[in-house]
Design a protein around this ligand. Structure first.
Ligand SMILES: Nc1nc2c(ncn2[C@@H]2O[C@H](COP(=O)(O)OP(=O)(O)OP(=O)(O)O)[C@@H](O)[C@H]2O)c(=O)[nH]1
Ligand SMILES: [Mg+2]
Length: 538
Protein backbone atom coordinates (compact mmCIF):
# COMPACT_ATOMS: atom_id res chain seq x y z
CA UNK A 1 0.00 0.00 0.00
CA UNK A 2 2.76 2.40 1.01
CA UNK A 3 4.62 1.36 -2.11
CA UNK A 4 1.70 2.23 -4.39
CA UNK A 5 1.39 5.62 -2.69
CA UNK A 6 5.13 6.09 -3.01
CA UNK A 7 4.96 5.43 -6.76
CA UNK A 8 1.98 7.78 -7.05
CA UNK A 9 4.18 10.53 -5.57
CA UNK A 10 6.76 9.77 -8.22
CA UNK A 11 4.06 10.11 -10.90
CA UNK A 12 3.03 13.49 -9.47
CA UNK A 13 6.61 14.67 -9.34
CA UNK A 14 7.21 13.68 -12.97
CA UNK A 15 4.02 15.42 -14.02
CA UNK A 16 5.07 18.59 -12.17
CA UNK A 17 8.55 18.40 -13.69
CA UNK A 18 7.01 18.37 -17.17
CA UNK A 19 5.16 21.62 -16.40
CA UNK A 20 8.36 23.11 -15.02
CA UNK A 21 10.39 22.03 -18.04
CA UNK A 22 12.73 19.94 -15.92
CA UNK A 23 14.46 16.99 -17.47
CA UNK A 24 12.80 13.93 -15.95
CA UNK A 25 13.82 11.05 -18.20
CA UNK A 26 15.77 9.40 -15.40
CA UNK A 27 12.76 9.64 -13.07
CA UNK A 28 10.46 8.31 -15.79
CA UNK A 29 12.76 5.39 -16.35
CA UNK A 30 12.78 4.71 -12.58
CA UNK A 31 8.99 4.66 -12.68
CA UNK A 32 8.86 2.37 -15.70
CA UNK A 33 11.46 0.02 -14.22
CA UNK A 34 9.51 -0.07 -10.95
CA UNK A 35 6.21 -0.89 -12.62
CA UNK A 36 7.81 -3.54 -14.82
CA UNK A 37 9.61 -5.11 -11.86
CA UNK A 38 6.37 -5.25 -9.86
CA UNK A 39 4.67 -6.87 -12.82
CA UNK A 40 6.75 -10.06 -12.57
CA UNK A 41 4.98 -12.79 -10.65
CA UNK A 42 7.84 -14.32 -8.70
CA UNK A 43 8.32 -13.63 -4.99
CA UNK A 44 12.06 -14.27 -5.24
CA UNK A 45 14.48 -11.36 -5.14
CA UNK A 46 17.56 -10.78 -7.26
CA UNK A 47 20.89 -10.11 -5.54
CA UNK A 48 23.75 -8.91 -7.72
CA UNK A 49 27.41 -9.49 -6.90
CA UNK A 50 29.14 -6.32 -8.09
CA UNK A 51 32.76 -5.31 -7.89
CA UNK A 52 36.08 -4.90 -9.66
CA UNK A 53 37.76 -7.70 -11.51
CA UNK A 54 39.44 -10.43 -9.47
CA UNK A 55 37.93 -9.53 -6.11
CA UNK A 56 36.30 -12.98 -6.03
CA UNK A 57 32.65 -12.48 -7.02
CA UNK A 58 32.44 -15.76 -8.90
CA UNK A 59 34.40 -17.56 -6.16
CA UNK A 60 31.93 -16.33 -3.52
CA UNK A 61 29.01 -17.61 -5.59
CA UNK A 62 30.73 -20.94 -6.01
CA UNK A 63 31.37 -21.11 -2.26
CA UNK A 64 27.71 -20.39 -1.67
CA UNK A 65 26.64 -23.06 -4.16
CA UNK A 66 29.18 -25.60 -3.02
CA UNK A 67 30.11 -26.32 -6.61
CA UNK A 68 31.43 -24.44 -9.61
CA UNK A 69 28.50 -22.37 -10.85
CA UNK A 70 30.44 -19.54 -12.43
CA UNK A 71 34.01 -20.17 -13.53
CA UNK A 72 36.58 -18.26 -11.47
CA UNK A 73 40.22 -17.91 -12.39
CA UNK A 74 43.39 -15.92 -12.12
CA UNK A 75 42.83 -14.65 -15.66
CA UNK A 76 41.52 -11.07 -15.73
CA UNK A 77 38.71 -10.45 -16.41
CA UNK A 78 37.00 -13.81 -16.14
CA UNK A 79 33.21 -13.34 -16.08
CA UNK A 80 32.00 -11.68 -19.27
CA UNK A 81 28.32 -12.65 -19.14
CA UNK A 82 26.21 -12.41 -16.00
CA UNK A 83 25.43 -15.80 -14.49
CA UNK A 84 22.17 -16.34 -12.60
CA UNK A 85 21.96 -18.89 -9.80
CA UNK A 86 18.29 -19.48 -9.01
CA UNK A 87 16.06 -21.84 -7.04
CA UNK A 88 15.29 -24.81 -9.28
CA UNK A 89 11.56 -24.71 -8.52
CA UNK A 90 11.31 -21.06 -9.57
CA UNK A 91 12.85 -21.43 -12.99
CA UNK A 92 9.59 -20.92 -14.80
CA UNK A 93 8.24 -18.03 -12.80
CA UNK A 94 11.62 -16.28 -13.01
CA UNK A 95 11.90 -16.71 -16.78
CA UNK A 96 10.29 -13.32 -17.58
CA UNK A 97 12.32 -11.48 -14.98
CA UNK A 98 15.58 -13.05 -16.20
CA UNK A 99 14.91 -12.20 -19.81
CA UNK A 100 14.08 -8.60 -18.80
CA UNK A 101 17.45 -8.58 -17.03
CA UNK A 102 19.03 -9.93 -20.23
CA UNK A 103 20.52 -12.93 -18.43
CA UNK A 104 20.90 -16.12 -20.45
CA UNK A 105 23.38 -18.08 -18.32
CA UNK A 106 21.19 -19.72 -15.72
CA UNK A 107 22.18 -22.32 -13.08
CA UNK A 108 19.77 -23.89 -10.62
CA UNK A 109 20.11 -24.59 -6.93
CA UNK A 110 18.09 -26.58 -4.45
CA UNK A 111 19.23 -24.82 -1.29
CA UNK A 112 16.10 -24.88 0.92
CA UNK A 113 17.08 -21.89 3.00
CA UNK A 114 17.82 -19.79 -0.10
CA UNK A 115 14.52 -20.60 -1.82
CA UNK A 116 13.69 -16.92 -2.31
CA UNK A 117 17.08 -15.93 -3.64
CA UNK A 118 18.38 -15.50 -7.18
CA UNK A 119 22.06 -14.49 -7.27
CA UNK A 120 23.53 -12.69 -10.25
CA UNK A 121 27.28 -12.97 -10.68
CA UNK A 122 28.08 -9.83 -12.67
CA UNK A 123 31.07 -9.07 -14.86
CA UNK A 124 33.53 -6.61 -13.32
CA UNK A 125 33.12 -2.86 -13.66
CA UNK A 126 36.77 -1.87 -13.75
CA UNK A 127 38.48 -4.05 -16.32
CA UNK A 128 39.85 -3.30 -19.74
CA UNK A 129 36.60 -4.50 -21.31
CA UNK A 130 34.24 -1.48 -21.43
CA UNK A 131 31.29 -3.67 -22.41
CA UNK A 132 31.51 -5.31 -18.97
CA UNK A 133 30.89 -2.02 -17.31
CA UNK A 134 28.02 -1.30 -19.66
CA UNK A 135 26.40 -4.61 -18.71
CA UNK A 136 26.75 -3.78 -15.04
CA UNK A 137 25.36 -0.27 -15.53
CA UNK A 138 22.23 -1.52 -17.28
CA UNK A 139 21.68 -4.34 -14.80
CA UNK A 140 22.19 -2.54 -11.49
CA UNK A 141 19.07 -0.34 -11.77
CA UNK A 142 16.99 -3.51 -12.22
CA UNK A 143 18.22 -5.76 -9.40
CA UNK A 144 16.69 -5.82 -5.92
CA UNK A 145 19.76 -6.09 -3.73
CA UNK A 146 23.52 -5.80 -4.16
CA UNK A 147 26.60 -7.31 -2.53
CA UNK A 148 29.45 -4.88 -3.20
CA UNK A 149 32.51 -7.13 -3.30
CA UNK A 150 35.94 -5.60 -2.54
CA UNK A 151 39.30 -7.00 -1.53
CA UNK A 152 42.14 -5.57 0.56
CA UNK A 153 43.67 -4.00 -2.52
CA UNK A 154 40.57 -2.51 -4.07
CA UNK A 155 38.45 -1.52 -1.10
CA UNK A 156 39.29 2.17 -1.52
CA UNK A 157 38.92 2.27 -5.28
CA UNK A 158 37.49 5.45 -6.69
CA UNK A 159 35.39 3.50 -9.21
CA UNK A 160 33.70 1.70 -6.34
CA UNK A 161 33.22 4.71 -4.09
CA UNK A 162 32.90 7.76 -6.31
CA UNK A 163 31.30 5.79 -9.11
CA UNK A 164 29.10 2.95 -7.95
CA UNK A 165 28.42 3.45 -4.25
CA UNK A 166 27.67 7.11 -4.67
CA UNK A 167 25.28 6.47 -7.56
CA UNK A 168 23.54 3.29 -6.55
CA UNK A 169 23.83 2.89 -2.80
CA UNK A 170 21.32 5.66 -1.92
CA UNK A 171 18.85 3.95 -4.26
CA UNK A 172 19.14 0.56 -2.57
CA UNK A 173 18.09 -0.62 0.86
CA UNK A 174 19.25 -4.23 0.94
CA UNK A 175 22.99 -4.10 0.36
CA UNK A 176 26.25 -5.19 1.93
CA UNK A 177 29.95 -4.65 1.38
CA UNK A 178 31.84 -7.95 1.26
CA UNK A 179 35.52 -7.68 2.05
CA UNK A 180 36.84 -10.82 0.33
CA UNK A 181 40.31 -12.32 0.14
CA UNK A 182 40.74 -11.44 3.79
CA UNK A 183 43.11 -14.42 4.13
CA UNK A 184 45.73 -12.20 2.49
CA UNK A 185 45.74 -10.15 5.72
CA UNK A 186 46.25 -11.02 9.36
CA UNK A 187 43.05 -11.17 11.40
CA UNK A 188 43.83 -7.77 12.99
CA UNK A 189 44.58 -6.18 9.67
CA UNK A 190 41.34 -7.59 8.23
CA UNK A 191 39.44 -5.93 11.11
CA UNK A 192 41.37 -2.73 10.60
CA UNK A 193 40.55 -2.69 6.88
CA UNK A 194 36.88 -3.42 7.49
CA UNK A 195 36.74 -0.63 10.11
CA UNK A 196 38.42 1.66 7.63
CA UNK A 197 35.78 0.71 5.07
CA UNK A 198 32.99 1.43 7.56
CA UNK A 199 34.49 4.83 8.35
CA UNK A 200 34.64 5.66 4.69
CA UNK A 201 31.03 4.53 4.16
CA UNK A 202 30.02 6.74 7.07
CA UNK A 203 31.76 9.70 5.45
CA UNK A 204 29.83 9.03 2.28
CA UNK A 205 26.53 9.04 4.15
CA UNK A 206 26.18 5.28 3.77
CA UNK A 207 26.69 4.27 7.39
CA UNK A 208 23.75 1.85 7.27
CA UNK A 209 25.62 -0.48 4.92
CA UNK A 210 27.17 -3.41 6.76
CA UNK A 211 30.58 -4.94 6.03
CA UNK A 212 31.15 -8.73 5.95
CA UNK A 213 34.61 -10.29 5.94
CA UNK A 214 35.08 -13.39 3.75
CA UNK A 215 37.66 -15.83 2.41
CA UNK A 216 35.79 -17.31 -0.51
CA UNK A 217 38.60 -19.58 -1.61
CA UNK A 218 38.01 -21.54 1.58
CA UNK A 219 34.51 -22.41 0.40
CA UNK A 220 31.42 -22.32 2.61
CA UNK A 221 33.57 -21.99 5.74
CA UNK A 222 35.05 -18.75 4.42
CA UNK A 223 31.80 -16.94 3.70
CA UNK A 224 30.01 -17.33 7.04
CA UNK A 225 29.31 -13.61 7.57
CA UNK A 226 27.93 -13.21 4.08
CA UNK A 227 25.79 -16.31 4.46
CA UNK A 228 24.52 -15.01 7.77
CA UNK A 229 23.41 -11.79 6.07
CA UNK A 230 21.60 -13.81 3.39
CA UNK A 231 19.84 -15.85 6.05
CA UNK A 232 18.88 -12.80 8.09
CA UNK A 233 15.20 -13.42 7.42
CA UNK A 234 14.23 -10.38 5.44
CA UNK A 235 11.18 -11.24 3.42
CA UNK A 236 11.93 -11.29 -0.32
CA UNK A 237 8.83 -9.22 -1.10
CA UNK A 238 9.99 -6.63 1.36
CA UNK A 239 13.39 -6.48 -0.30
CA UNK A 240 11.84 -5.95 -3.73
CA UNK A 241 9.51 -3.25 -2.38
CA UNK A 242 12.24 -1.51 -0.42
CA UNK A 243 14.42 -1.30 -3.49
CA UNK A 244 11.67 0.23 -5.61
CA UNK A 245 10.68 2.64 -2.86
CA UNK A 246 14.26 3.75 -2.28
CA UNK A 247 14.77 4.34 -5.99
CA UNK A 248 11.48 6.24 -6.30
CA UNK A 249 12.29 8.35 -3.24
CA UNK A 250 15.68 9.30 -4.66
CA UNK A 251 14.12 10.18 -8.01
CA UNK A 252 11.51 12.46 -6.37
CA UNK A 253 14.15 14.04 -4.15
CA UNK A 254 16.37 14.68 -7.12
CA UNK A 255 13.55 16.42 -9.01
CA UNK A 256 12.64 18.47 -5.94
CA UNK A 257 16.26 19.46 -5.36
CA UNK A 258 16.69 20.55 -8.96
CA UNK A 259 13.55 22.66 -8.68
CA UNK A 260 14.72 24.17 -5.44
CA UNK A 261 11.77 23.10 -3.33
CA UNK A 262 11.97 21.48 0.06
CA UNK A 263 9.73 18.75 1.46
CA UNK A 264 6.21 20.17 1.68
CA UNK A 265 7.04 23.82 1.17
CA UNK A 266 7.44 25.77 -2.03
CA UNK A 267 7.60 29.48 -1.35
CA UNK A 268 5.72 31.20 -4.21
CA UNK A 269 8.16 32.52 -6.80
CA UNK A 270 6.43 35.88 -6.75
CA UNK A 271 5.17 37.48 -3.57
CA UNK A 272 1.36 37.81 -3.96
CA UNK A 273 1.28 41.43 -2.73
CA UNK A 274 3.97 42.49 -5.20
CA UNK A 275 2.20 40.59 -7.92
CA UNK A 276 -1.03 42.50 -7.19
CA UNK A 277 0.79 45.84 -7.27
CA UNK A 278 2.46 45.02 -10.58
CA UNK A 279 -0.82 43.88 -12.03
CA UNK A 280 -2.49 47.14 -10.99
CA UNK A 281 0.29 49.12 -12.60
CA UNK A 282 0.01 47.16 -15.85
CA UNK A 283 -3.77 47.56 -15.79
CA UNK A 284 -3.40 51.35 -15.43
CA UNK A 285 -0.88 51.51 -18.26
CA UNK A 286 -3.12 49.53 -20.56
CA UNK A 287 -6.22 51.55 -19.76
CA UNK A 288 -4.33 54.76 -20.46
CA UNK A 289 -3.76 53.42 -23.98
CA UNK A 290 -7.30 52.19 -24.36
CA UNK A 291 -8.31 55.73 -23.25
CA UNK A 292 -11.61 55.33 -21.45
CA UNK A 293 -12.23 59.14 -21.52
CA UNK A 294 -11.82 59.24 -25.27
CA UNK A 295 -14.14 56.26 -25.47
CA UNK A 296 -16.70 58.20 -23.45
CA UNK A 297 -16.57 61.14 -25.85
CA UNK A 298 -17.05 58.80 -28.80
CA UNK A 299 -19.92 57.00 -27.13
CA UNK A 300 -21.69 60.26 -26.31
CA UNK A 301 -21.24 61.49 -29.89
CA UNK A 302 -22.49 58.18 -31.29
CA UNK A 303 -25.58 58.29 -29.07
CA UNK A 304 -26.32 61.87 -30.08
CA UNK A 305 -25.91 60.95 -33.71
CA UNK A 306 -28.37 58.12 -33.25
CA UNK A 307 -30.83 60.45 -31.49
CA UNK A 308 -30.75 63.13 -34.21
CA UNK A 309 -32.83 61.48 -36.99
CA UNK A 310 -35.54 60.55 -34.52
CA UNK A 311 -35.61 63.51 -32.21
CA UNK A 312 -34.60 66.55 -34.29
CA UNK A 313 -37.70 66.89 -36.44
CA UNK A 314 -37.60 67.22 -40.26
CA UNK A 315 -34.03 68.65 -40.33
CA UNK A 316 -32.57 65.94 -38.10
CA UNK A 317 -32.46 63.48 -40.98
CA UNK A 318 -30.70 66.02 -43.12
CA UNK A 319 -27.94 66.88 -40.61
CA UNK A 320 -27.23 63.30 -39.64
CA UNK A 321 -27.04 62.39 -43.33
CA UNK A 322 -24.52 65.21 -43.86
CA UNK A 323 -22.49 63.99 -40.84
CA UNK A 324 -22.35 60.50 -42.21
CA UNK A 325 -21.49 61.68 -45.72
CA UNK A 326 -18.63 63.91 -44.55
CA UNK A 327 -17.14 61.14 -42.38
CA UNK A 328 -17.54 63.19 -39.23
CA UNK A 329 -19.57 60.34 -37.74
CA UNK A 330 -16.83 57.82 -38.51
CA UNK A 331 -14.09 59.87 -36.91
CA UNK A 332 -15.70 61.09 -33.74
CA UNK A 333 -18.77 58.96 -33.13
CA UNK A 334 -17.38 55.44 -33.54
CA UNK A 335 -16.59 53.93 -30.12
CA UNK A 336 -15.99 50.43 -31.55
CA UNK A 337 -13.44 51.72 -34.07
CA UNK A 338 -11.91 53.88 -31.35
CA UNK A 339 -11.36 50.79 -29.18
CA UNK A 340 -9.98 48.78 -32.08
CA UNK A 341 -7.44 51.49 -32.87
CA UNK A 342 -5.98 51.45 -29.33
CA UNK A 343 -2.54 50.50 -30.61
CA UNK A 344 -2.25 53.69 -32.63
CA UNK A 345 -2.36 55.66 -29.38
CA UNK A 346 1.05 54.57 -28.12
CA UNK A 347 3.39 51.73 -27.21
CA UNK A 348 2.71 48.97 -24.70
CA UNK A 349 6.32 48.91 -23.56
CA UNK A 350 5.83 51.19 -20.54
CA UNK A 351 2.71 49.28 -19.53
CA UNK A 352 4.41 45.86 -19.38
CA UNK A 353 7.45 47.22 -17.58
CA UNK A 354 6.25 46.69 -13.96
CA UNK A 355 5.41 43.05 -14.55
CA UNK A 356 8.52 42.36 -16.61
CA UNK A 357 10.61 43.96 -13.92
CA UNK A 358 8.94 41.84 -11.28
CA UNK A 359 9.82 38.65 -13.12
CA UNK A 360 13.34 39.88 -13.83
CA UNK A 361 13.83 40.50 -10.10
CA UNK A 362 12.42 37.06 -9.31
CA UNK A 363 14.56 35.19 -11.84
CA UNK A 364 17.83 35.05 -9.88
CA UNK A 365 16.04 33.46 -6.92
CA UNK A 366 14.75 30.64 -9.11
CA UNK A 367 16.81 27.46 -9.50
CA UNK A 368 18.73 27.20 -12.75
CA UNK A 369 16.75 24.36 -14.21
CA UNK A 370 13.46 26.29 -14.09
CA UNK A 371 14.94 29.64 -14.99
CA UNK A 372 14.79 29.02 -18.73
CA UNK A 373 11.01 28.69 -18.88
CA UNK A 374 10.44 31.75 -16.74
CA UNK A 375 13.01 33.82 -18.62
CA UNK A 376 11.18 33.22 -21.90
CA UNK A 377 8.02 34.50 -20.27
CA UNK A 378 9.68 37.73 -19.26
CA UNK A 379 11.24 38.53 -22.64
CA UNK A 380 9.83 42.02 -23.36
CA UNK A 381 8.80 41.18 -26.94
CA UNK A 382 6.91 38.05 -25.89
CA UNK A 383 5.39 39.84 -22.97
CA UNK A 384 4.18 42.71 -25.11
CA UNK A 385 2.89 40.37 -27.75
CA UNK A 386 0.88 38.41 -25.21
CA UNK A 387 -0.46 41.53 -23.59
CA UNK A 388 -1.42 43.03 -26.97
CA UNK A 389 -3.15 39.78 -27.86
CA UNK A 390 -5.01 39.83 -24.56
CA UNK A 391 -6.18 43.42 -25.06
CA UNK A 392 -7.18 42.80 -28.67
CA UNK A 393 -9.25 39.84 -27.67
CA UNK A 394 -11.07 41.59 -24.87
CA UNK A 395 -11.73 44.73 -26.93
CA UNK A 396 -12.89 42.75 -29.94
CA UNK A 397 -15.29 40.77 -27.76
CA UNK A 398 -16.56 43.99 -26.19
CA UNK A 399 -16.99 46.06 -29.35
CA UNK A 400 -18.71 43.21 -31.20
CA UNK A 401 -21.49 43.42 -28.63
CA UNK A 402 -21.93 47.21 -28.95
CA UNK A 403 -25.51 48.51 -29.15
CA UNK A 404 -25.94 52.27 -29.23
CA UNK A 405 -28.58 53.15 -26.62
CA UNK A 406 -31.97 54.44 -27.74
CA UNK A 407 -35.08 55.94 -26.14
CA UNK A 408 -38.80 56.51 -26.96
CA UNK A 409 -38.39 59.98 -25.52
CA UNK A 410 -36.49 60.89 -28.68
CA UNK A 411 -39.54 60.06 -30.82
CA UNK A 412 -41.71 62.21 -28.56
CA UNK A 413 -39.25 65.08 -28.89
CA UNK A 414 -39.16 64.41 -32.65
CA UNK A 415 -42.97 64.73 -32.89
CA UNK A 416 -42.86 67.96 -30.92
CA UNK A 417 -40.19 69.28 -33.30
CA UNK A 418 -42.52 68.53 -36.23
CA UNK A 419 -45.20 70.58 -34.47
CA UNK A 420 -42.68 73.37 -33.96
CA UNK A 421 -41.82 73.28 -37.66
CA UNK A 422 -45.52 73.45 -38.55
CA UNK A 423 -45.95 76.45 -36.28
CA UNK A 424 -42.92 78.12 -37.88
CA UNK A 425 -44.48 77.59 -41.29
CA UNK A 426 -47.72 79.08 -40.01
CA UNK A 427 -45.84 82.13 -38.73
CA UNK A 428 -44.09 82.49 -42.07
CA UNK A 429 -47.42 82.45 -43.88
CA UNK A 430 -48.81 84.99 -41.41
CA UNK A 431 -45.92 87.38 -42.02
CA UNK A 432 -46.31 86.95 -45.77
CA UNK A 433 -50.02 87.78 -45.48
CA UNK A 434 -49.21 90.91 -43.49
CA UNK A 435 -46.88 92.06 -46.22
CA UNK A 436 -49.35 91.38 -49.01
CA UNK A 437 -52.57 92.58 -47.40
CA UNK A 438 -52.01 96.11 -46.16
CA UNK A 439 -54.08 97.28 -43.27
CA UNK A 440 -54.77 93.69 -42.23
CA UNK A 441 -55.98 93.62 -38.66
CA UNK A 442 -53.47 92.19 -36.28
CA UNK A 443 -53.78 91.63 -32.57
CA UNK A 444 -51.16 92.37 -30.01
CA UNK A 445 -50.04 91.03 -26.68
CA UNK A 446 -48.97 93.00 -23.63
CA UNK A 447 -45.39 92.05 -22.80
CA UNK A 448 -43.76 93.41 -19.67
CA UNK A 449 -41.00 95.94 -20.46
CA UNK A 450 -41.69 95.74 -24.20
CA UNK A 451 -45.28 96.99 -24.15
CA UNK A 452 -47.62 95.84 -26.89
CA UNK A 453 -46.03 93.33 -29.26
CA UNK A 454 -47.89 92.03 -32.38
CA UNK A 455 -49.23 88.49 -31.87
CA UNK A 456 -47.36 86.85 -34.84
CA UNK A 457 -44.04 88.14 -33.46
CA UNK A 458 -44.85 86.68 -30.04
CA UNK A 459 -45.92 83.40 -31.60
CA UNK A 460 -42.74 83.19 -33.69
CA UNK A 461 -40.51 83.89 -30.68
CA UNK A 462 -42.27 81.36 -28.48
CA UNK A 463 -42.09 78.69 -31.23
CA UNK A 464 -38.37 79.31 -31.76
CA UNK A 465 -37.76 79.11 -28.02
CA UNK A 466 -39.66 75.81 -27.75
CA UNK A 467 -37.71 74.43 -30.73
CA UNK A 468 -34.45 75.42 -29.09
CA UNK A 469 -35.44 73.89 -25.73
CA UNK A 470 -36.52 70.65 -27.40
CA UNK A 471 -33.17 70.43 -29.22
CA UNK A 472 -31.35 71.01 -25.93
CA UNK A 473 -33.45 68.37 -24.18
CA UNK A 474 -32.57 65.87 -26.89
CA UNK A 475 -28.87 66.72 -26.62
CA UNK A 476 -28.83 66.41 -22.86
CA UNK A 477 -30.81 63.20 -22.77
CA UNK A 478 -28.72 61.54 -25.50
CA UNK A 479 -25.53 62.74 -23.82
CA UNK A 480 -26.65 61.32 -20.49
CA UNK A 481 -27.54 57.96 -22.07
CA UNK A 482 -24.23 57.95 -23.99
CA UNK A 483 -22.17 58.64 -20.89
CA UNK A 484 -23.98 55.94 -18.95
CA UNK A 485 -23.30 53.52 -21.79
CA UNK A 486 -19.64 54.55 -21.98
CA UNK A 487 -19.19 54.02 -18.26
CA UNK A 488 -20.57 50.52 -18.55
CA UNK A 489 -18.25 49.76 -21.45
CA UNK A 490 -15.35 51.25 -19.51
CA UNK A 491 -15.98 49.04 -16.48
CA UNK A 492 -16.33 45.96 -18.60
CA UNK A 493 -13.21 46.68 -20.64
CA UNK A 494 -11.21 47.39 -17.50
CA UNK A 495 -12.32 44.16 -15.89
CA UNK A 496 -11.88 42.12 -19.03
CA UNK A 497 -8.39 43.45 -19.72
CA UNK A 498 -7.34 42.69 -16.15
CA UNK A 499 -8.73 39.20 -16.38
CA UNK A 500 -6.99 38.53 -19.64
CA UNK A 501 -3.69 39.88 -18.39
CA UNK A 502 -3.95 37.58 -15.42
CA UNK A 503 -4.86 34.70 -17.64
CA UNK A 504 -2.24 35.10 -20.31
CA UNK A 505 0.67 36.54 -18.33
CA UNK A 506 0.28 35.45 -14.76
CA UNK A 507 -1.40 32.12 -15.21
CA UNK A 508 1.77 30.56 -16.61
CA UNK A 509 3.61 31.76 -13.52
CA UNK A 510 0.84 30.50 -11.28
CA UNK A 511 0.88 27.18 -13.10
CA UNK A 512 4.61 27.22 -12.51
CA UNK A 513 4.08 27.86 -8.82
CA UNK A 514 1.44 25.22 -8.44
CA UNK A 515 3.70 22.71 -10.20
CA UNK A 516 6.42 23.59 -7.70
CA UNK A 517 3.97 23.13 -4.87
CA UNK A 518 2.91 19.80 -6.35
CA UNK A 519 6.53 18.72 -6.47
CA UNK A 520 7.10 19.84 -2.89
CA UNK A 521 4.02 17.88 -1.80
CA UNK A 522 5.20 14.85 -3.73
CA UNK A 523 8.59 15.11 -2.02
CA UNK A 524 6.95 15.31 1.40
CA UNK A 525 4.65 12.40 0.58
CA UNK A 526 7.56 10.37 -0.75
CA UNK A 527 9.55 11.01 2.41
CA UNK A 528 6.69 9.51 4.34
CA UNK A 529 5.43 6.70 2.13
CA UNK A 530 8.60 5.68 0.31
CA UNK A 531 10.63 5.63 3.49
CA UNK A 532 8.15 3.40 5.28
CA UNK A 533 7.92 1.16 2.21
CA UNK A 534 11.70 1.05 1.98
CA UNK A 535 12.43 0.26 5.63
CA UNK A 536 14.25 -3.07 5.57
CA UNK A 537 12.19 -5.04 8.03
CA UNK A 538 14.72 -7.06 9.96
N1 LIG B 1 43.49 -15.64 -1.66
C1 LIG B 1 42.29 -15.63 -2.08
N2 LIG B 1 42.05 -15.68 -3.38
C2 LIG B 1 40.75 -15.65 -3.81
C3 LIG B 1 39.69 -15.54 -2.89
N3 LIG B 1 38.55 -15.51 -3.59
C4 LIG B 1 38.90 -15.61 -4.90
N4 LIG B 1 40.21 -15.68 -5.02
C5 LIG B 1 40.94 -15.78 -6.27
O1 LIG B 1 40.88 -14.59 -7.00
C6 LIG B 1 40.85 -14.81 -8.38
C7 LIG B 1 39.70 -14.13 -9.01
O2 LIG B 1 38.50 -14.70 -8.57
P1 LIG B 1 37.15 -14.58 -9.35
O3 LIG B 1 36.11 -15.20 -8.53
O4 LIG B 1 37.31 -15.01 -10.75
O5 LIG B 1 36.99 -13.04 -9.34
P2 LIG B 1 35.82 -12.22 -10.00
O6 LIG B 1 35.52 -11.10 -9.06
O7 LIG B 1 34.71 -13.07 -10.39
O8 LIG B 1 36.54 -11.61 -11.28
P3 LIG B 1 35.85 -11.21 -12.69
O9 LIG B 1 35.01 -12.32 -13.11
O10 LIG B 1 37.00 -10.97 -13.62
O11 LIG B 1 35.11 -9.98 -12.45
C8 LIG B 1 40.80 -16.31 -8.56
O12 LIG B 1 42.06 -16.79 -8.87
C9 LIG B 1 40.35 -16.81 -7.21
O13 LIG B 1 40.84 -18.07 -6.94
C10 LIG B 1 39.99 -15.49 -1.50
O14 LIG B 1 39.14 -15.39 -0.63
N5 LIG B 1 41.33 -15.55 -1.15
MG1 LIG C 1 33.82 -13.55 -12.10
Amino acid sequence: MDLQRCLAHLDEAIEAAAVLGIEATAAASVRDTARTRLGFPSDAYVLAMAGGTGVGKSTILNALAGEEVSPASARRPTTAEPVAWIPANKREELAGLLSWLGVTQVREHRAESLGQLAVLDLPDFDSIAPEHRERVDTLLPRVDAVAWVVDPEKYKDEIMHGGYLRTFAPRLRHQLVVLNRSDLLSAEDAMRVSDDMRTQLGREGLATIGVAITRARDGAAGIGEFRHWLDSGVEAKRIVASRIAAEAHEAVRDLAARTGVADGGAVPLIDPARRERALDAVGRGVLALVDIRGLERQAVAATRLAARPRGAGPFGHLTSWVYRLTGRARASADPAGFLRRWQSRGSLAPAVEPLRELIAVTLPTVPGSVRGGLATLSTPAIFEQRLAGAIDQSLAAESAAFRVPTSVLWSVIGLAQYAVTALLLFCALWFAALFLIHEAPVGSVDVPYLGRVPTPVVLLSVTLLIGFLLAQALRLHAGWLGRRWARRIGHRVTREVRERITESLLLPIERFDSARQQLANAAAGATEDCVSAATPAR
